[in-house]
Design a protein around this ligand. Structure first.
Ligand SMILES: C[S@@+](CC[C@H](N)C(=O)[O-])C[C@H]1O[C@@H](n2cnc3c(N)ncnc32)[C@H](O)[C@@H]1O
Length: 266
């Protein structure tokens, strides 16, 4: 996974203090005890929120003004939403995390959107703030989550068929679906904020840049399973979004139009 790509998408050049987004960020710091010197995580939280806000036309990226009414009761699904255990596990597995804090890939979009009174469901393989509980003398270690009652967490492995099943995720029931930094939507060079990034020169591989480490390995070891996972996510988004709903896959935004996902015209 290329962490530099993610940093590059952060919005950090405009002073936030006193803006709507700045005030929200302060509230997030207080609510979730984010350390004031963890600037990487702060920038990431802001970048993620602004990108989503832009996608639904509810945050002005120049002034950081939030149209609060657009978020209220908005039904959002965040796929591979993030969890604190992710970076810790990456370190244990010897991945290069670029010194990012354990908080970095927490479920920040779920948290910020729920603070804006959206109706949020997050899906991930692992619970947010996961802790390992061991039952009976070290046997059956089990990951469990600390409850965050403001939003709903559903545990799923997105590489499994029917991970987003019809019973729990009914047709035409969400206003927006987001899936970022889990699986890449395109291979080959991508443009991020005016810079062309080429996966072959950055990763030494043609795997899409936004892949997690696991998805990059899946791309290389079982490309069919990789394509099935990506297709499954797109099909699920198309099915569960209401007409006019927004699908954000990394930096791409599509709108459900006449039942199909269509790229929004600039
Ligand atoms: C790099 S983080 C991205 C988090 C968040 N979406 C973001 O943009 O910051 C990748 C997340 O994907 C989750 N993940 C990895 N493999 C998964 C799988 N097979 N099914 C569901 N979630 C998975 C990890 O647990 C982690 O929380």
């Amino acid at each position: 996974m290329n962490l530099a790509l993610f940093r590059q998408t952060d919005s950090s050049d405009i002073p936030l203090r006193g803006t709507d987004v700045g005030n929200l960020l302060e509230a997030v710091h207080r609510r979730y005890n984010v350390r004031s010197n963890d600037q990487g995580t702060s920038r990431y939280i802001v970048g993620q929120l602004i990108k989503f806000g832009e996608a639904i036309g509810a945050i002005d990226p120049r002034t950081y003004a939030i149209q609060y009414a657009r978020f209220r009761a908005l039904k959002v699904l965040d796929l591979a939403c993030g969890c604190e255990g992710y970076m810790k596990e990456a370190e244990r597995n010897g991945r290069n995390t670029g010194g990012a804090s354990a908080n970095f890939f927490g479920p920040w979009l779920c948290r910020t959107l729920s603070m804006l009174e959206a109706n949020v469901t997050g899906v991930d393989r692992e619970f947010p703030r996961s802790i390992v509980k061991t039952e009976k003398k070290g046997r059956n270690p089990k990951r469990v989550g600390m409850p965050e009652s403001e939003w709903i967490f559903v545990q799923r492995d997105l590489t499994q068929l029917d991970a987003i099943d019809q019973e729990h995720f009914p047709d035409n029931s969400f206003d927006a679906v987001s899936c970022t930094r889990f699986i890449g939507n395109k291979s080959g060079p991508v443009e991020v904020h005016g810079t062309i990034l080429d996966p072959v020169s950055i990763l030494g591989s043609a795997a899409p840049l936004a892949d997690t480490w696991e998805m990059r390995e899946l791309w290389e070891e079982d490309n069919e399973a990789y394509c099935r996972t990506l297709k499954g996510i797109r099909e699920a988004a198309q099915r569960i979004l209401r007409e006019g709903g927004v699908f954000m896959l990394n930096t791409d935004v599509e709108i459900k139009t006449n039942g199909a996902l269509k790229t929004r015209m600039p």
